[in-house]
Design a protein around this ligand. Structure first.
Ligand code: HEM
Length: 164
């Protein structure tokens, strides 16, 4: 009796299980989104355009762009070289190369400067240069824990290009 009931239960359980897949399942699945690279300040500082043949990176609003293709603006001795190897958000917002403005800090910027910053961020940097990562300030909270509100920027035109 008890054995019969147990068999019944077992067959009911087996029937409820999904059918075994015909093909062996892949153990490794690529992540749904590309991994995000995090840059500390010293890491970002290595990409300051001083070494010939090395990539040149510039961060705006905590987003790190590869601006190597704009070497005539950002390379060694070029007019905007001071902006690279760091987060230059404030300088871009104010159109200033003053070393005091070459910082992520947006404290006290005017509405107009913030609008100009967003225009340049979208229409120059996101449009022209591929994103290679984010500053730690953008990804982490002050205590080093992950910022759960972080969302990577989308840049669909570069994803398409990457497939070729
Ligand atoms: C006399 C002053 C300036 C002149 C005549 C000037 C001129 C120009 C020109 C002609 C371009 C467009 C180049 C091109 O697309 O082929 C440009 C781009 C740019 N300028 Fe200036 N500029 C001046 C000052 C500044 C200053 C002070 C900043 C400070 C942040 C600045 C930041 C930029 C940036 C970020 C770009 C975009 C570069 C890119 O496409 O990657 N400019 N500038």
């Amino acid at each position: 009796m008890a054995g019969g009931a147990a068999r019944l239960l077992l067959s009911a359980l087996l029937a409820a299980l999904p059918a075994a897949p015909a093909e062996p399942q892949l153990r490794f699945r690529p992540p749904a989104e590309a991994p995000v690279r995090l840059f500390t300040e010293p890491e970002l500082a290595r990409y300051d355009g001083q070494q010939e043949g090395q990539p040149i990176y510039l961060a705006v609003k905590g987003v790190v762009f590869d601006v190597t293709s704009g070497k005539e603006f950002y390379g060694k001795g070029a007019p905007y070289n001071a902006l690279v190897g760091k987060d230059s958000t404030r300088g871009v917002a104010k159109m200033s190369l003053d070393p005091a403005d070459l910082t992520h800090d947006t404290t006290g910027l005017t509405e107009e400067e913030l609008k100009s910053l967003d225009d340049i961020f979208n229409n120059v940097y996101k449009a022209k240069y591929p994103i290679v990562g984010y500053t730690s300030r953008r990804i982490l909270n002050e205590d080093g824990s992950p910022n759960l509100d972080f969302k990577p920027e989308d840049q669909p035109h570069f994803n398409i290009k990457d497939e070729f």
